[in-house]
Design a protein around this ligand. Structure first.
Ligand SMILES: Cc1ncc(C[n+]2csc(CCOP(=O)(O)OP(=O)(O)O)c2C)c(N)n1
Length: 697
């Protein structure tokens, strides 16, 4: 059903005048900035200026003095190429900056000078909005579909926070999430996955505003896109409302009111607009996308707005003040009331208040690690995924805001929380901590980002092979420096009979290639425990925890070094008696025990080997040169690496003369033992590679 909207009051002439002035200021700032930068997209900010103005000025609950206030409404610009729209708003609303320590700094989030240096090095106005770089930017957008998908994670978080923290007379959380998006977002599969899940969860605090301008870079959407978006979203279980003209503030207001009154499903507002609106002559798409309007066109457009044609970056008197009196004052009042309420909350609900504080500051509660399991030596051992499931449950018991799930593989990834009181997140249980993302890996990753940006500590899981489907979200976790936990099991050809479609080969190497992402592949159950210790202490890095499907022996740590070495990324697990090895065996995960077996055999033959377990290259690289040299001494050039994955990257550690045993092809469908033999992951093969290495020294 298309919803009926209540009638708004008729505005006065004076109101219309100041509304127009503010909207045209957003438009002219955007045109001027794009012109000055000589690149960027001016058309969409111009067309959507009234939409954003209406939302920010009349609805958004956001205090410009405190852009990280926990209960602020979130605004996401999913069509990130229209970044000047957001930068103009942040500037005109006088949003203040905060630093990485969550402290206020005496600076605006976006200065006029930043706008004048749009797209230049060090400007707070980069080409696309970047979280952490510009205060007030809620998430990094630009890859289309990401913003809207991330907004679903934020809306989920808001509902969880409400249920968990709100108490009678204490409404600590009730924020809404708004995402502005375009045809590009709508076409991406990602947004479809996310919208489907948002509809399923009935996220009534979520509002997407779809700019139905029917233009993309190559031209009219008739070229590629004739979806009936409204019908599609009705099918997803959304509430749909339409605004026939993006310049109609009253209709926009009605639509936002409809959203606020809808309590049983998310809302999609479809807004019809014309790209580059206000520019009377240039309506072609090239000018809208990635091309400035040009000086002559800008003059004409400004004349059309009743603007001074010569003025650049003009902010007429009264504009900033108007935003401050509207959006600003509303935000200040709400936040101050919230702060007062929080003081009372601290008295009446001290435990919850402490948790709220710790969560917002990404701190761990005392005793979070009190029940971490240690695993006895055991030749049969335990699968990495199994150990991880136990550790995760032990930690989650102590940290109420640690939560997540799987893209339909939780029984395999062992990510389910099973202790008393744990529920599935659902329409009925907004405080559930087990999430079923459905078979939607792509959206899962973005939703995890949205949850992490809301200060929940989220994890998501799948098979390592499907990390490919999560990659766009993982990359953004890394770019945004947020501590999302990705748990990937079935980590190698060791998974066996599912065959090459399911056997990851290049995934480890490619994940290691993402800057700022930590990858961890523990070798036994105790390394898994230590990996989680590292994970929980991360505050700014996402991590991929890579785990085996099959059992791995649990090493006898009285014979070999303690697993605490994991905290340094790589450590000497077994060494020559005199610590003067002839050869280094370097391995991760399931291949470490093969190396231990090879080491023991070499010992009987009088060959001195050292086994280095290297669960995380990234963590190892963070250690001092002295430590790294003590683990991998530069003078020992006989080196063999063993990893059931593409060998790409191992040359960094084995050097030019070393040898890497790894995968050069896709795998095959067969039992594990046969695969190990076929692809050379045997003690015999390692021993013979070692002998060649020593002979060639
Ligand atoms: C995943 C992804 N693919 C391609 C692009 C390049 N791109 C930037 S804007 C754009 C067109 C978007 O069209 P629409 O969403 O309708 O935005 P509008 O035309 O309203 O600016 C494209 C393809 C991108 N940013 N992200």
């Amino acid at each position: 059903m298309i919803a009926q909207t209540p009638i708004a009051q008729t505005p006065t002439d004076e109101q219309i005048q100041i509304d127009d002035l503010c909207i045209n200021t957003i438009r002219t700032l955007s045109m001027d900035a794009v012109q000055q930068a000589n690149s960027g997209h001016p058309g969409t900010p111009m067309a959507l200026a009234p939409v954003a103005y209406c939302l920010w000025q009349r609805f958004l609950r956001f205090d410009p003095n405190d852009p990280i206030w926990a209960n602020r409404d979130r605004f996401i610009l999913s069509n990130g190429h229209a970044s000047m729209l957001l930068y103009s708003l942040l500037h005109l609303c006088s949003v203040k900056a905060v630093n990485a320590q969550y402290e206020q700094v005496a600076r605006l989030a976006v200065t006029l000078d930043d706008i004048k240096h749009f797209r230049e090095l060090d400007s707070k106005c980069p080409g696309h909005p970047e979280y952490r770089w510009t205060s007030g930017v809620e998430t990094t957008t630009g890859p289309l579909g990401q913003g809207v998908a991330t907004s679903v994670g934020m809306a989920i978080s808001s509902l969880w926070l409400r249920k968990y923290f709100n108490r009678p007379d204490f409404e600590m959380f009730n924020y809404n999430v708004y995402a502005l998006c375009g045809d590009g977002d709508m076409m991406e599969g990602l947004s479809n996955e996310a919208a489907s899940l948002a509809g399923h969860f009935k996220l009534s605090n979520l509002c997407w505003i779809y700019d139905n301008n029917r233009i993309t870079i190559e031209g009219h959407t008739d070229l590629t896109f004739n979806d009936d978006v409204a019908t599609r979203f009705i099918a997803y279980g959304w509430n749909i409302t339409r605004v026939g003209d993006a310049n109609d503030l009253e209709m926009l207001e009605r639509a936002f009111n409809t959203f606020q009154e809808t309590s049983d499903r998310p809302t999609l507002i479809i807004v019809d607009s014309h790209i580059g609106y206000g520019s009377p002559h240039k309506q072609d798409t090239s000018a809208a996308h990635g091309e400035p309007l040009g000086e002559a066109e800008i003059r004409l457009t400004k004349r059309n707005y009743g603007w001074s044609e010569d003025a650049k970056f003009l902010i007429p008197d009264g504009v900033r003040e108007h935003f401050q009196a509207g959006m600003g004052q509303r935000g200040v009042t709400l936040r101050e009331a919230w702060m007062q309420q929080f003081e009372q909350y601290q008295i009446q609900h001290p435990d919850l208040a402490l948790q709220l504080y710790q969560m917002q500051h990404r701190q761990l509660p005392d005793g979070w690690d009190q029940n971490l399991p240690t695993f006895p030596a055991d030749i049969k051992g335990m699968a990495g995924r199994e150990a991880s499931g136990q550790v995760l449950n032990a930690i989650a018991k102590q940290i109420p805001w640690l939560m997540g799930g799987s893209a339909d593989l939780a029984p395999s990834t062992k990510t389910r929380l099973t202790f008393a009181g744990m529920k599935d997140f659902s329409t009925d249980n907004r405080d559930g901590r087990n999430f079923h993302f459905g078979i939607r890996e792509n959206a899962m990753a973005s939703i995890l980002n949205g949850m992490s940006l809301s200060k929940i500590r989220p994890y998501g899981s799948s098979f390592l092979i499907f990390s490919d489907y999560c990659r766009p979200g993982i990359r953004l976790s890394a770019l945004m420096e947020i501590p999302v936990i990705y748990i990937f099991t079935h980590d190698s050809i060791g998974l066996g009979q599912d065959g090459p479609t399911h056997q990851p080969i290049e995934q480890l190497g490619s994940l290691r290639g993402i800057p700022g992402l930590m990858v961890m592949r523990p070798a036994d159950a105790n390394e898994v425990t230590q990996a989680w210790r590292v994970i929980m202490n991360l505050r700014h890095e996402p991590i991929c925890l890579v785990l085996s499907r099959q059992d791995l022996p649990t090493f006898d740590r009285t014979k070999y070094s303690p697993a605490s070495g994991v905290s340094q990324g790589a450590y000497v697990l077994a060494d020559a008696d005199d610590s003067q090895p002839d050869v280094l065996l370097l391995a991760t995960g399931s291949e470490v025990y093969l190396c231990i077996n090879a080491y023991e055999q070499l010992k009987t033959e009088g060959i001195k080997a050292r086994v280095v377990s290297m669960p995380s290259w990234e963590l190892f690289e963070q250690q001092s040169q002295a430590y790294r040299d003590s683990v991998i001494p530069p003078q020992i050039t006989a080196r063999v690496s063993v990893e059931q994955a593409a060998t790409f990257g191992w040359e960094r550690y084995v050097g030019h003369q070393g040898h890497s045993i790894g995968m050069k092809t896709f795998g095959a469908s067969a039992p594990l033992k046969e695969l190990q033999k076929k692809f050379g992951f045997t003690v015999e093969n390692i021993v013979s590679a070692v002998k060649i290495q020593i002979a060639n020294r």
